[in-house]
Ligand binder design. Sequence first.
Ligand code: SAH
Ligand code: SF4
Ligand code: F3S
Length: 463
Amino acid sequence: MTGMDRKQKRVFVKTYGCQMNVYDSERMMDALGSSGYSAVASPEAAELILLNTCHIREKAAEKVYSEIGRLRRLKHDAAASGRQVLIGVTGCVAQAEGQEIMRRAPEVDLVVGPQSYQRLPDVVARAAGGARVVETEFAVRDKFAALDRPIAAREKRYSAFLTVQEGCDKFCSFCVVPYTRGAEVSRSAAAIIAEARRLAGDGVREVTLLGQNVNAWRGETPSGRGLGLGDLLFSLAEIPGIDRLRYTTSHPRDMDDVLIAAHRDIDAVMPYLHLPVQSGSDRVLAAMNRRHSRADYLALIDRIREARPDIALAGDFIVGFPGEEEADFADTLSIVDAVGYASAFSFKYSPRPGTPAADRPQVDGADAADRLSRLQERLGKAQADFNSSRIGMTADVLFERWGRHPGQIVGRSPWLSPVQVFAPESLIGSISSVVITGCGSNSLFGCLPVDLDGDAPVLEATA
Ligand code: SAH
Ligand code: SF4
Ligand code: F3S
């Protein structure tokens, strides 16, 4: 190992789950960068392999153990040639099953929960010395302070995540997040604004604020006046270079008037809102402890649409929740029709150990699977309707990278849908006006309104 110490060490991070994990993985790499690790793109090339895991559904959690199984050989082969490879588990499975991971998977050297990442460099050093370390204390404030460092120079990009809030106090009866991420904690407005300025300085034009329950963000002014996410958006929109703001994911109970007004009054706040409803049935919503009714949700959607008529709405749904009957499911289908979602995620209920709904009588698996496929068909149709309603519109697209076919570049519309356009690479990083000419199931297709010499209009772009 002595030769190793003098060489640059390499870390490979595999990320599962939500965008918060994507953000955390980057911060972990930044933190490890300070202790001499550089990031690599394959586990074979690394001396440290981190699996940043998700516990939201059983399948997500089980993936971790099968991945560890695959890495076992790699670790042993490396050891046979005198090279130490450390395997670490971070994220929500680490938090929920810390000791159990160590028991089930002897090749795991370290387990670090999402609230302890500031300790990662130290934990890695101890593991390199031969200890097996489990670190799952809750100390969110330490985490934000310690990881709030200048962002390392990395690949140029125009859209970035910024965590503003972590944890959840809602305790929906199906969900592990309040247990794995802990109570709601907000970062200070000053720290968030400073990070957004740094991102803008790095050329980032679009910032997506992240939180498990992002619209529960709370802050205060230096004089002690309380602030909500809407106020934060008003401040962030003032930062030169930040042209687009998004936030995700929101709870219906925390959509207040200022936040709705932000959609009406701030050009930079994009017309897109991910506002999960989970079910259209009041009986099921109550059993889920969602703390809102179907009517509350629909009234809220009306207020949001009044403020921003072109907003694209996204949702999350769970089918087969304990006690859900066919009539409840019919209410879910009808709320899909009533809202007109631009996109949605839908899941079969997965009982999670330690959550209240896990112990209730379960819906038959085949019924749940059947409902899921019927719901997905309905959601697919809603998405197709939304996408085709965009054809003929002109929309600003922030071009981010090469597209699917040679000569194509791709960016996001204000409604978050990817837009594929035949256009010069030089437009990557710019926001350009695009005429939407067609759509596929997930993407839109478009063309620039005039060619680059400014004379003949581009008549057609094909997929
Ligand atoms: N904080 C967000 C989302 C949390 S998890 C919110 O409240 O909206 C993302 C989605 O996973 C949830 O919206 C829900 O639809 C789904 N989900 C959570 N727990 C689940 C479970 N036990 N089984 C199936 N889906 C689940
Ligand atoms: Fe989970 Fe509900 Fe909190 Fe969302 S609001 S993270 S679904 S407990
Ligand atoms: Fe999964 Fe944890 Fe995110 S459970 S969805 S990684 S908050």
